[in-house]
Design a protein around this ligand. Sequence first.
Ligand code: HEM
Length: 384
Amino acid sequence: MTGPFPSLGTEAPSGRLGAVLRAVGADEPVALGRTGPWLVTSPADSRRVLTDTACFDFPLDVSRRAVRRGAGRAAASGPPTPHETFAALGPAAVAAGRRVVAEELRSRCGDPGTVVEAMDLLRAPVARSTAAAALPDLDPTARDEIADLVLSWVDALGPVIAHRRNPARFSRVRRRESVARRRLEQRLTDAGEQHPARIATYLAAGTQVPIAAGAWLLVALAAHPGVATDLRAGETEPLAAVWETLRLTPPTWVTGRVSAAPVELGSTRLPAQAVTLVSPLLLGRRAELVPGPEHGEADRGVFSPRRWTGVAMRPGAWLPFGAGPHACPGRNLGLAQLLEVVAWAGRHDLEPGAVARVDQSRGIFPAPSTLVVHPRHPDRSSSD
Ligand code: HEM
């Protein structure tokens, strides 16, 4: 399933992504099917769904089958299920992860005219960075081995997630995924980890998403050479380019909860066990969360980091890292990794090698994400 990049603002891509974009102006929850899921559209309702844990439970099952049955979770009734949460990474871990991604990126694409897929370019640097932050006691060799196994698991998980129906337990895709997961968990156990399954999940969540975000960022910079010039001239903050990418193309463009009991959102009453979706991609196009006044309806679909210069409005109100107890614990590392991607881009001239399209199969990522890369000579002036 693909659609065109970069506007993603006014056109109507296929599938659920198209349905979400069509709902941008709405203020009440929108049912995307006869029995849901319900898409929440207002910023206040979105925040409530993610933070009001008495009314909205973390989902066990939001598969199409569960939504068709109108039952978003396995337990038929009862109190919200307790779920483990992850502590946010501290400053030392973030600094360690940032150092690794910077070192890993430094040596990549040294030859003029290198053609590269942004998704491939960022795989090892991001996986190693996240492993360095999460597993600070490991030596670099063990860390890199684990990062490779995380990537193998993420690759094997892709077809399972993208499958239209839940693939059968003994299907080829499931078996491949389970072998990759067991290899990773065994390596984590060998490295002395007490909770290998939990760490494996953590590492996988912190690998695929920042790779996709970084790839969107590079694709956007290649498509907007004026922004790259502004960045070099210091007229745009690198962080503004990061937020603008997370606004237009947040890799986790939709996240879900399940109503624990019937609940009112605005004047809409959702039944119990209703799969309720919050979309950072939708919220990032809401007029009240994106700076104006010169930025009209169509402009909110345009990549323009400058819109964040000199405004009081705070970026991130569209929840690209979620909110509440299950908000992203790797937020600060993710932002640091993306800042290093901007720094790498500043040392190169980037051209789009193909029209990037939106792959909706696991979150959203650009496919293809082809770039033609020319290293910049260190003597070249900042704005030429
Ligand atoms: C740009 C980078 C990233 C983005 C945009 C991002 C975004 C998100 C979002 C939207 C969620 C779901 C929140 C919710 O449902 O309320 C999430 C969850 C999560 N993220 Fe990230 N993330 C990023 C980087 C990372 C990194 C670097 C790590 C690990 C070091 C990480 C680990 C996790 C984990 C473990 C969860 C699950 C939290 C839970 O269920 O309690 N993420 N992330």
